[in-house]
Write a protein that binds this ligand. Sequence first.
Ligand code: ASP
Length: 249
Amino acid sequence: EADPESMSVGYGGLPDRDGHVTLDACIMDHTGNCGSVSFLQHIKHPISVARKVMDDTPHVMLSGSGALKFAIEKGFPKEELLTDKARKLWKEWLKDSQYKPIINVENHDTIGLLALDQNGDISGACTTSGLSYKMHGRVGDSPIIGAGMFVDNEVGGCCATGVGEAVMKTLGSFLIVELMRQGASPQEACEEAVRRIVTTNPNHTNFQVAYIAINKAGETGCYCIHPGFKMMKYANGENTPITAGSHLK
Ligand code: ASP
């Protein structure tokens, strides 16, 4: 979120079509508690605000100016998040203002994290500046519990990235956790969730969706529509990059 070179989250994130950086994030712990912010502007660390919503309020989601007011009350600094680099790219885009989701999400990626701790408890989080050049006010899957991210500590967890609309329409992360509950491995569950998107969207060749999942045994899975998505697995002090299999080859 703080790295201006990463142009898909937080500070330096690409703006919407009107030039505003608007952020979505959510977090969920092993007790089923969760917090979320959507359409939040001017705060570098939306995931930390989502955490405060979870810990300090009776609510799950705060949005827009209410989320900003809450963040400021909690001591988060109000900052300009649009960097010169992002402004330049946006001005370039404005020349023909063609909205095309970027297929390879390596270039435009929500940060999704799933953690299994030493007690076997699972939690998860995701944070994003959403689709670049989206309509002002558009909120994606990432702050929606069950769409962009979901954890059930009896079963496992899941995070999504890619075109949020496709994920929201199938409640992808909840679906994957429920498939695991019924016996699917994380890999099989991710593949089935991608299959549902692909079969109901003849235009799936034009957009990317990718899922990562983990179960209680620590088994992981990842799958996407287009090749090009990688997840990073950290275990026993080591990071291992894993290239996700894809529906299209
Ligand atoms: N899922 C995010 C959204 O639709 C974007 C992304 O993951 O790249 O807002």
